[in-house]
Design a protein around this ligand. Structure first.
Ligand code: NAD
Length: 515
């Protein structure tokens, strides 16, 4: 790791003066709730503190929404669904609004990227590509769906009604008011991938972003209004999970919950929603394996394995946090990953020279630190990293652990930080067994030149996304599902649009014959 004392290395604290005037102006604003097309104060007087993880300094506050605020937002979404212009918009008009929103996001990409970098600690280059540009990409793909959501005509027999003659068909209606609850690790992108399919299906939405990163969700709501979405179609209530989040889940006016976050919170939401018989989509945690076979192109596989875990400081649901390497090349691969980890420049999110930023919060930094310590006490060897720099920002060194056993906490827990555990295997059978030996099943990758091995791996591994010679690639047109404890339902792709619809069957009794 390049140290900040090194003159060529970036200093660790962000210099907010390098941000654009528009970004600084946005941070200075009073961030209230967005309900019914207006910025309104919370019923409570609590404020969320927004920190810059690169320095630990407070940069803004946002409303800490209450259950009453959620109730107002849900009522607004309900009346926009049942009474407003939204209901009567033609599919091509919904499409046009979504395309306009995509354009506005692109126009504001610099500000979105900077705000996201400042509140989440992620590199500004990444937030531009992932949060601003990819959000526009998501909206453009989803904008194609309003005109393609349809039912079917079906040949019903109804044998117990001899002589009856039916025209039978299905229609897909919007499921209703959707409550979207999102995490802090890729805030605007995940908010968009929850909101866009709901809008495409004709739903209205109450979005509750993570308490650590409320700002870009509010921007998304404001840009939707500017694009021409009717008031109340997209409402944003910032606030804490147990209060605002849970009020959204339990609210009788919410017809579906679309959640991305940890498995622990997802399980709680699933329990509540189960009791209420409310449909849910749950995209949850992961502990994704990266498997490197001896025949792989190691020049490609070693950096891919390193960045599978170190990208976004390891705060990716699909982070490749378990590395399994065929015995004969284990030392070469691990030495290569360790070398990359050593060379990574830590730096603040707005500094383009930084290769890795801070974790999102002090709590996250402490959690990563304590899991690594526990792993070491259980016998893991630290090959590189393993500690936090002495700095008020929330940094953690890129870390590689070897000598691991299956029951160690660093193998079982989703650390959600830049910590890789590495273990050798003898053959493909053992590699697959190791890959599957986990409660999670979000993503998995294999590096090999052998197509048979790639296909065998893909068939045998329990994960919603399988990558060959690459790790953690997602696109909006391709469904994204978590198997096992990684989720319920599917995000992205056609499936995410259909998941925001309900299927209605229609039987029209027709007179038989022509006269
Ligand atoms: P989290 O579960 O702590 O919080 C996620 C959201 O849930 C936040 O908005 C939070 O306020 C809200 N929340 C918390 N308690 C709640 C409750 N009782 N009722 C309703 N809402 C509540 O997750 P996080 O720490 O923000 O994000 C990290 C986690 O998200 C990791 O586990 C990561 O793997 C997961 N994640 C999954 C995916 C995926 O698509 N599978 C993508 C990104 C992140």
């Amino acid at each position: 790791m390049a140290h900040p004392q090194d003159a060529t290395a970036p200093q660790l604290s962000n210099d907010l003066d390098v941000a654009s005037a528009a970004t600084r102006e946005y941070l200075r604003r009073t961030h209230d709730l967005l309900i019914g097309g207006e910025s309104v104060s919370s019923n409570g007087d609590g404020r969320l503190t927004v920190l810059d993880p690169s320095s630990g300094a407070e940069v803004a506050t946002a409303a800490d929404g209450t259950a009453d605020d959620i109730d107002r937002a849900v009522r607004s979404a309900r009346s926009a669904l049942d009474e407003g212009d939204w209901k009567s918009l033609r599919p091509d008009e919904r499409e046009r609004l979504m395309l306009k929103l995509a354009d506005l996001i692109e126009d504001q990409a610099d500000v979105i990227a900077e705000i996201e970098a400042i509140e989440s600690g992620r590199k500004v280059g990444d937030t531009r590509v992932v949060d601003a540009e990819f959000s526009a990409h998501i909206l453009r793909y989803m904008a194609g769906w309003p005109s393609k959501i349809h039912g079917e005509t079906l040949p019903a027999s109804v044998p117990y009604m001899p002589g009856a003659n039916f025209l039978t068909y299905t229609v897909r209606e919007p499921i209703g008011v959707v409550g979207a609850i999102t995490p802090w690790n890729v805030p605007m992108c995940i908010a968009t991938w929850k909101v866009a399919p709901a809008l495409a299906a004709g739903c209205t939405v109450v979005l509750k972003p993570a308490e650590l990163t409320p700002l870009t969700a509010l921007m998304l709501g404001e840009l939707a209004l500017e694009a021409g979405f009717p008031p109340g179609v997209l409402n944003v209530v910032t606030g804490g999970g147990p209060v605002a989040g849970e009020a959204l889940v339990t609210h009788p006016g919410v017809d579906k919950i679309s959640f991305t976050g940890s498995t622990a919170v997802g399980r709680r939401i699933g329990e509540i929603a189960g009791g209420l018989l409310k449909p849910v989509t749950l995209e949850l945690g992961g502990k994704s394996p990266v498997v490197i076979m001896a025949d792989a192109d190691l020049e490609q596989a070693i950096p891919a394995a390193a960045w599978a875990i170190f990208a976004n400081q390891g705060q990716n649901c699909c982070a490749g946090s378990r590395l399994y390497v065929e015995q004969s090349v284990f030392d070469e691969v691990v030495d290569g990953v360790v070398e990359i980890a050593r060379s990574i420049r830590l730096g603040p999110s707005l500094d383009s020279r930084a290769e890795m930023g801070p974790l999102v919060s002090r709590a996250q930094q402490d959690r990563v630190d304590s899991l690594v310590r526990q792993g070491v006490s259980e016998g893991a060897e630290v090959r590189v990293g393993g500690s936090k720099p002495d700095h008020p920002g929330f940094y953690f060194e890129p870390t590689v652990l070897t000598d691991i056993q299956r029951d160690m906490c660093v193998v079982r827990e989703e650390i959600f930080g830049p910590v890789l555990v590495a273990q050798p295997f003898r053959d493909l059978k053992e590699a697959v067994a190791l890959a599957n030996d986990h409660d999670y099943g979000l993503g998995a990758s294999v590096f090999t030149r052998d197509l048979d091995v790639a296909h065998a791996f893909s068939r045998a591994v329990d994960a919603g996304s399988i990558w060959v010679n690459v790790h953690n690639v997602l696109d909006v047109g391709v469904p994204f599902s978590g198997f096992k404890q990684s989720g319920v339902g599917t995000d992205l792709g056609k499936e995410s649009v259909l998941a925001n619809t309900r299927l209605k069957a229609n039987y029209l009794s027709l007179k038989s014959g022509l006269g």
